[in-house]
Design a protein around this ligand. Structure first.
Ligand code: ADP
Length: 469
């Protein structure tokens, strides 16, 4: 079976979050199982572009509103990612340093999608499935079915995976001329709540819709940033498939980002060595439990609760733990987290920004990873943490609920709480500190979580069954 993944992110080419991890690994595992999976994404100006070899495999042009754009498709020539990688270059639109965050993102990603559909329309053969990811690519099923120039693609099956339904790519109807000449009787397939809503359009037009955990799919029926009724209406085509982790990248025995590689046999010494390096780097005390947070500093991740939680925990639990934060996001939260540094010298530190290497060092060197998320479609951090022997402290929601079981329950191994509130998180930190005082139980849990199988093998197979259906 030939599967074409279309995405705005793909690790290690460009990554802003979990979407990049998934599109950088799922196709590799689909190829390993004997299928042909390829990835098409925008050509940003990232390091990967300059450090690898590419050849031109396609060219074309299209109109968008009153403008005419040329596009070029380049292919990475060495197959170093384990799948064919194609980048779409549109001069002046996609060739920027960041993935998102520009005022013209609607134009950029609509143009990207048109170029992808236009290029596929020129192929002599047809792929079996076009698999699109999140709102940046969710207009593709509509275009393949309703744009006059591409209607011959309508028989190709499409799958939409929703990694995050909070962002939907809304556009005003005045932008309807961005989409190549389309059948105006089909306007309803673009609209939700009086706007063009690319994510809603993808849900309506794709043959199948997946979310990245079953727990998240269940939650979307009552909390989907306005799309609740649509998820209820389309539930027959929706399936939750849990993300896996790329064990070639996230492997404590081979990870070159970390100071000391380790495996389950020498996990105690391995983690202690990594913790020491991390604590020295950030002026923390390696004899205390180290609790870390890695992620986007936004309300969705409940990052706004971190400053108060950290100061309450340090005061009320008498400084018996250390905190380290890595992330970037809302300026107000970044500012508050930076301010805390001078208040809690030796107890707390943070690095504002994106740092892939440091994230690996933190998964390896920490004792606990905190994820108080208000919304968590799947969450990869808790899976990486567990693979690295770091105990997750998570709110019971979405994918976190599906992957972490409280250590108070039979066979449990994490710390879970229900409310995204300072009180509940602080109490969970207290439970972590207490657990840390019992090294035997702690090590038992560490060994247990390192053995949990969150690999792609299982989930990649479920996707293939879905395509076949
Ligand atoms: P998201 O909602 O952001 O996609 P996920 O848990 O699905 O959340 O995935 C987050 C991914 O991004 C993980 O690989 C995590 O390690 C990484 N990540 C998030 N923030 C940072 C950061 N500031 N520096 C390095 N890696 C980060």
């Amino acid at each position: 079976m030939e599967i074409i993944h279309v995405s705005a992110e793909c690790y290690p080419v460009a990554k802003a979050g979990g979407l990049g991890d998934v599109v950088g690994s799922l196709p590799k595992y689909q190829n390993k199982s004997g299928h042909i999976a390829k990835v098409i994404m925008p050509m940003y100006r990232t390091k990967f572009l300059y450090e690898n070899q590419f050849s031109v495999v396609g060219k074309g042009a299209f109109g968008l509103a009153n403008y005419w754009f040329d596009y070029t498709i380049i292919k990475e020539t060495t197959n170093r990612l384990g799948f064919d990688l194609y980048l779409v270059d549109i001069f002046g639109l996609l060739d920027r340093e960041k993935v998102y965050g520009y005022d013209d993102d609607s134009v950029r990603f609509t143009a990207f999608q048109i170029a992808v559909v236009d290029w596929i329309s020129k192929w002599e053969h047809r792929p079996d499935v076009v698999h699109v990811h999140d709102h940046h690519t969710a207009l593709i099923p509509f275009m393949m079915q309703n744009c006059f120039a591409y209607k011959h693609l309508a028989t190709i099956q499409t799958v939409l995976t929703i990694h995050n339904a909070e962002y939907q790519g809304w556009m005003g109807w005045d932008n309807s001329n961005y989409i190549p000449d389309w059948d105006k009787y089909k306007w309803g397939m673009l609209e939700w709540d009086k706007k063009i809503n690319p994510l809603a359009s993808g849900i309506k037009c794709a043959a199948k819709v997946t979310t990245v955990s079953s727990g998240y799919l269940a939650e979307l029926k009552y909390n989907a940033n306005g799309l609740e009724n649509l998820f209820e209406y389309e539930k027959g085509k929706c399936v939750g498939i849990l993300n896996g982790i790329d064990e070639e990248v996230w492997n404590t025995a081979t990870d070159t980002y970390i100071e000391s590689q380790y495996s389950i046999e020498d996990v105690e010494e391995g983690k202690a060595a990594n913790k020491k390096v991390l604590c020295d780097l950030f002026n923390l005390d390696a004899s205390k439990p180290l609790i870390v947070f890695i992620g986007r500093l936004v309300g969705e991740k409940a990052a706004d609760l971190l400053p108060q939680t950290i100061s309450d925990a340090i005061y009320y639990i008498h400084g018996s733990m250390n905190f380290l934060i890595l992330g970037s996001g809302e300026p107000g939260i970044e500012f508050q987290l930076e301010q805390l540094k001078s208040r809690f010298v030796g107890y707390y530190n943070s690095q504002i920004g994106y740092n892939e290497k440091l994230s690996h060092q933190m998964y390896a060197g920490a004792d606990f990873l905190l994820m108080p998320s208000r919304v968590e479609p799947c969450g990869l951090n808790q899976m990486y943490a567990m693979r690295y022997g770091t105990i997750p402290i998570v709110r019971n929601t979405g994918g976190l609920r599906d992957t972490v079981k409280d250590f108070g329950e039979p066979n449990g191994y994490g710390i879970c709480f229900n409310q995204a509130s300072v009180g509940d998180i602080t109490y969970s930190v207290y439970r972590a500190v207490e657990l840390y005082k019992d090294p035997e139980r702690l090590n038992e849990i560490v060994e247990q979580i390192m053995q949990i199988d969150n690999s792609w093998e299982n989930s990649a197979g479920i996707y293939i069954k879905l395509y076949n259906s």
